[in-house]
Design a protein around this ligand. Structure first.
Ligand SMILES: Cc1ncc(COP(=O)(O)O)c(C=O)c1O
Length: 464
């Protein structure tokens, strides 16, 4: 087979990573067959499920590698060496520029258990934004004292548990302020420490750099309309220590001026409220490649340091950053195979076992960059690469002057680690397999294909 390199449009966070470093680790999860559950017996009695069970058994016992030891498609493949390079580019920059700073992985960006657990082995903390993510990171070995708990919809129970367990907890709603104040009143002897998330007018300072524009950012307490002052006032009155500030903006540009703007907002809050902080958490939004058009991890952290340092002493206040896409994007590819190809008017429609649902669940995004593994000869007819869903707009890219694709050929989408393999779409087909290409050169499987049993777990159905 020969490989044909193609270029489509490139996402901001796509592009190649930094320096390679050695070592390796791996944990194999979720591959064995599980003990029978109550639902197994329920399923046996539902017509049709016996047939599903047969296929599930096949998957559990697994012919999970192709005859040529290739991943069985559709599948995501994590490249451990690339992941390590990305992780090292951030941890090394932090160690140099802000020696006691913290790199916390944004779990939502890709919550694949293998990846979340692997980050811990690199000294990277877990940044979580829901009770479930917090539980997941703990289940995968992250210690509460090395976890950040963000998000606007924490439960009271999980929030207070995380505060007591010594996690970094950033408040993001008025009910959270109330709960923490109530807790502090009920436990006057306890030292209660929390951070607060700041909302600021980023669009005024960096016009056009956010999706939300003039509507403003969604999260945190606004710094200019009294909301932040009120939250801080309530917390202080209840004897709560405000030990940190959190600022994150989903940006279109991933540029340095956003962090300068965030730093200005932080400094305003610090000065206005005479805050003595253990940390300033600048969130994510970094670029993780090697394009000269984007800053390096060190440049981001230096910029933040230079903007904060007139007021902040980095030996006392820790910097936290929460990269997500910048850590995982480049390290994950999505492998798919051609199922069918047919002429349609002036085009060739190529049906594959991948889908836009894997990489762009809202079907709004770009045409994807891909490589082809094929023996086909180039043809001038444009080929429309389509997914397995019965959705007409499930079209991933249009190839022109490319090899003629045939059943069995492989189409590989590069740099698809962010918001993909764990976006958990089970639309039409269950979850695809995930493999890891280890640094030792071994291909291991870390998630099996989803099954009917997985899908039914937790459900009840009344029909006989
Ligand atoms: C609070 C927070 N931290 C970190 C991130 C990760 O951002 P990115 O994937 O752009 O690095 C996000 C993503 O939206 C976020 O909301």
């Amino acid at each position: 087979m020969r490989r044909s390199e193609l270029t489509g449009s490139v996402n901001q966070s796509d592009l190649s990573p930094g320096v390679r470093s050695g070592g390796g680790s791996r944990v194999q999860l979720g591959l064995g067959s599980e003990p029978p559950t109550e639902l197994d017996s329920a399923r046996e009695s539902v017509p049709g499920c016996e047939r599903g069970r047969g296929r599930d058994r096949e998957r559990e016992q697994g012919t999970e590698f192709g005859s040529d030891r290739q991943p069985v498609t559709p599948a995501f493949v994590v490249d451990e060496a690339k992941l390590r390079r990305q992780a090292a580019s951030f941890t090394a920059a932090m160690a140099r520029v802000w020696p006691n700073g913290i790199v916390a992985y944004s779990v939502k960006t890709n919550s694949l258990p293998w990846i979340v657990a692997w980050m811990r082995t690199q000294g990277i903390w877990a940044e979580t934004v829901s009770d479930d993510e917090y539980d997941l990171a703990r289940a995968l070995g992250h210690k509460p004292t090395r976890m950040v708990f963000n998000g606007p919809v924490k439960s009271r129970e999980a929030l207070l548990e995380a505060v007591q367990a010594g996690s970094i907890v950033n408040l993001d709603s008025r009910r959270e302020v109330r709960w923490v104040c109530e807790y502090a009143h009920a436990h006057p002897a306890a030292t209660v420490k929390v951070g607060v998330r700041i909302n600021w007018n980023l669009d005024a300072e960096c016009p056009g750099s956010t999706l939300s524009g003039q509507q403003g950012l969604r999260f945190g307490f606004h710094i200019d309309n009294g909301d932040l002052d009120d939250a801080i006032g309530q917390l202080k009155a209840a004897g709560v220590t405000i030990n940190g500030l959190h600022l994150h903006a989903t940006s279109l540009t991933r540029s340095l001026d956003l962090y300068r703007s965030a730093a200005r907002a932080a400094l305003k809050a610090i000065t206005r409220h005479a805050l003595a902080l253990d940390y300033i958490d600048m969130g994510g939004g970094f670029f993780g490649g090697e394009s000269p058009d984007f800053p390096t991890p060190a440049q981001y952290i230096e910029e933040i340091r230079d903007a904060l340092c007139p007021v902040i002493d980095p030996t006392i206040t820790r910097l936290i950053i929460e990269p997500g896409s910048a850590l995982v994007s480049v390290a994950v590819d999505c492998h798919t195979s051609v199922v069918d190809a047919k002429p349609v008017q002036d085009y060739r429609v190529v049906v594959t076992d991948g889908s836009r649902t894997y990489m762009d669940p809202f079907f709004g995004g770009p045409s994807f960059q891909c490589d082809l593994v094929t023996e086909g000869e180039p043809i001038s007819t444009p080929q429309v690469i389509c997914g397995f869903t019965c959705v007409d707009t499930d079209r991933l890219t249009v190839l022109t002057d490319c090899p003629k694709l045939q059943e069995g050929d492989r189409v590989i989408y590069r740099q698809r680690g962010h918001y993909t393999s764990t976006f958990d779409t089970q639309f039409i087909n269950y979850l695809p397999r995930v493999y890891v290409q280890t640094e030792a050169g071994e291909l291991i499987q870390v998630r099996r294909r989803g099954t009917t049993a997985d899908y039914l777990t937790g459900n009840e159905w009344g029909a006989p």
